[in-house]
Write a protein that binds this ligand. Structure first.
Ligand code: SAH
Ligand code: SF4
Ligand code: F3S
Length: 465
């Protein structure tokens, strides 16, 4: 039987089980998913949410739910610690509600040691599965509900059905779309290729069909997701470049905004820059992870570009796309990083004028090549560098944002402002946030807003009718 139909059968069975439970409890069966990782992780949560709502469960904001899932991340050590922190708390919920089902999935569950730890020390966890068999969720949940024993199912790469799962989006008007899975780059610090497997692109027709369906369902903005979108389509039977995919996506009628994440600086093509330039639907935002400004460190990170190559790429981008907002990721304290290397990072930051930067302390991930590199940098040295880097990034971000003060720009309204009554919060194409007075009926609309005051990393504004 095709996997898709098999999972559908389990879904039907689960509908019956959940209906019975609802009857017995005389209230809805509540579920909650705690999403701990990146956009791809968040998209997976929407798929799990799709299954849970299809079988008749109701979503709740609290982890004190009947079905609780942790969709984990393992990119840095503190991501792992976060999970164990949560587990310490939810253990008490389960004491009050012994029927509670606790599941853990996501990247961390592709690590054998972590799965073992859960199996041996966290007996109240009922269900564990990985990233490669998320499509099997109905079957695994069914086993949990009927067999009344713990279910552990983690597979190596075998991704059968994941693109056909039902989806419940967090936001009605915005969605991620996976264009590829996994990663082949093996940056020496990074665990993603080990937990997400080898790179696999989806067929362009499938991606376009998904985008069209999303637009028909009210989506205005989509984000194309992949660990390195620049290598999209190279291994397909009929190879397609990312720039061409982007052009085809832009042609979907009714779609208003397109974003993508993440392009790797080593192979960002001129054709991609041209595709962005010729398509006003593509948001003027590029997230271009630098990681380090030192050519020596970049070589040992296996990033396959130099300081100079990164700088000239940024020059070219700014020349061709003058209104682009550039953001980046930087790792501080990679093994062997000297003060001189760090000065190179500061130098690149100074010259690139990033709109914002995510700064990370290097975290040793077991199984990656860098974990065995000697000369780990002392924590106090790392802390001092981090402080200096953040100061520089913040001082520049303000000047970058000031550039658009006074301009009128389109804003996608996302939600009511949580800090000020009567205000809305929305996002510019360049990804900066704007707060302005308005009615909640505008949520999900794209409206013109005058950016009256730049606050460095966001704006205050006024709607222009
Ligand atoms: N595929 C994306 C990044 C995914 S991980 C890319 O190549 O840009 C997101 C960010 O986490 C990375 O850009 C990197 O800055 C950071 N990161 C990854 N592994 C890390 C580690 N071991 N320690 C600290 N930061 C790390
Ligand atoms: Fe990790 Fe590098 Fe792949 Fe990004 S490109 S996911 S940093 S290995
Ligand atoms: Fe994303 Fe974290 Fe996995 S960054 S791919 S959820 S390890």
């Amino acid at each position: 039987m095709a996997e898709e139909q098999k999972q559908q059968l389990f879904t039907e069975q689960l509908k019956r089980i959940i209906a019975e439970k609802r009857e017995r409890l005389r209230r809805p069966v509540r579920y909650h998913i705690t999403t701990m990782g990146c956009q791809m992780n968040a998209r997976d949560s929407e798929k799990l949410s799709g299954v849970l709502s299809e079988i008749g469960c109701a979503e709740t904001d609290s982890e004190d739910a009947d079905i609780l899932l942790f969709n984990t991340c393992t990119v840095r050590e503190n991501a792992n610690e976060k999970l164990y922190g949560h587990l310490g708390i939810v253990k008490h919920f389960k004491k009050v509600n012994p029927d509670m089902l606790i599941g853990i999935c996501g990247c961390m569950m592709q690590e054998k040691d972590e799965v073992l730890r859960i199996r041996q020390k966290y007996h109240f966890v009922n269900l564990v599965f990985g990233t490669h068999n998320i499509w099997k969720f109905p079957e695994l949940l069914y086993a949990c509900e009927t067999e009344k024993q713990r279910v552990f199912d983690v597979e190596e790469q075998r991704d059968a059905f994941r693109d056909h799962m039902p989806v419940k989006r967090k936001l009605r008007f915005k969605s991620g779309v996976n264009i590829m899975y996994g990663c082949n780059n093996f940056c020496t610090y990074c665990i993603v290729p080990y937990v997400r497997g080898r790179e696999q692109s989806r067929e362009p027709e499938d991606i376009l069909a998904e985008v069209r369906a999303l637009v028909a369902d009210g989506v205005k903005e989509i984000m194309l997701l992949g660990q390195n979108v620049n290598s999209y389509g190279k291994t397909l039977e009929r190879p397609v470049g990312f720039a061409d995919l982007l052009r085809r996506v832009c042609r979907v009628q009714g779609l208003q905004r397109v974003r993508f994440m993440t392009p790797h600086p080593k192979d960002l093509s001129d054709d991609l820059i041209a595709a962005i330039r010729e398509n006003p639907k593509v948001c003027r935002h590029l997230h271009l992870p630098l990681q380090s400004g030192s050519t020596g460190i970049l070589r040992r990170m296996n990033r396959r570009y130099t300081k100079e190559a990164y700088l000239s790429l940024v020059d070219k981008i700014k020349r061709e796309l003058p209104d682009v907002g550039l953001t980046t990721d930087i790792i501080v304290g990679f093994p062997g990083e000297t003060e001189e290397d760090f000065q190179d990072t500061l130098d690149v930051v100074r010259r690139c004028h990033f709109q914002s930067a995510f700064t990370f302390i290097y975290s040793k991930r077991s199984g990656t090549p860098a974990a065995s590199f000697e000369e780990q940098v002392a924590p106090e040295v790392v802390a001092d560098r981090m402080k200096r880097l953040i100061e520089l990034v913040q001082s520049q971000a303000g000047t970058v944002a000031d550039r658009d003060q006074g301009n009128v720009m389109p804003v996608l309204v996302e939600e009511e402002d949580s800090h000020a009554e009567g205000y809305l919060t929305g996002r510019l194409g360049n990804n900066l946030m704007v707060h302005f007075p308005g009615d909640r009926s505008l949520i999900g609309e794209i409206v013109d807003v005058e950016l009256t005051e730049s606050k460095g990393f966001y704006y205050m504004g006024r709607r222009k009718e």
